[in-house]
Design a protein around this ligand. Structure first.
Ligand code: COA
Length: 159
């Protein structure tokens, strides 16, 4: 049976660390859905449509990746997409507690969905979207952290 994994997040913006997880996932699953959460609680810098456009452009060359937006319970969205797996990245021990909580809640809500954790390459363990936004706000070099398209979008946000 073809396996679909859903990789949810705010992606404000998508970073090399996210890309690293997605590329790894494309080798393990038939279909990988990058699910961009509206997440108004986080007051994202980029609007949902901008985050979707950036993720789509960055992941254009990955044939089994789809980028979709959602504003629902993740488990409902995963069911609607016929996904069997929720995929999350674990960067450091500090991620573990909240990730385990989320995985357990998601299992309560949808027992048929399994959460898989993948570790990104070591060079991305320290990376987060908010750190990228902060470095960008001081005109720091972002070339190691994000795709050039994302770096350009961050620069435009500053103007
Ligand atoms: N590389 C780089 N950064 C990474 C990363 C990686 N591999 N993995 C996570 N991050 C960063 C993100 O960029 C983000 O950075 P920021 O907070 O500094 O902006 C941070 O880690 C946390 O991001 P993420 O893991 O994407 O969590 P989130 O809080 O953005 O998203 C949702 C959480 C959207 C998946 C979750 O709230 C959700 O499922 N919402 C839908 C509603 C729902 O079902 N709620 C019940 C959940 S139990």
């Amino acid at each position: 049976m073809p396996k679909t994994a859903i990789y949810p997040g705010t992606f404000d913006p998508i970073t090399r660390g996210h890309e690293d997880i997605i590329i790894r996932a494309t080798k393990l699953f038939d279909r990988v859905i990058v699910a961009v959460a509206a997440n108004p609680k986080k007051q994202p810098l980029f609007a949902l449509q901008e985050r979707l456009d950036l993720a789509k452009a960055v992941l254009e060359s990955c044939p089994n990746v789809e980028v979709l937006g959602f504003d629902d319970l993740l488990t409902n969205f995963a069911k609607a997409q016929d996904a069997q797996v929720i995929l999350r990245g674990l960067r450091a021990v500090s991620d573990f507690e909240s990730e385990l909580q989320m995985a357990c809640m998601n299992r309560h809500l949808a027992p048929q969905l399994e959460t898989f954790f993948l570790a990104p390459s070591e060079q991305y363990h320290f990376l987060s979207s908010s750190l990228v936004r902060e470095v960008a706000s001081y005109d720091g070099d972002m070339s190691e952290f994000v795709d050039p398209l994302v770096a350009k979008a961050l620069k435009l946000k500053k103007v």
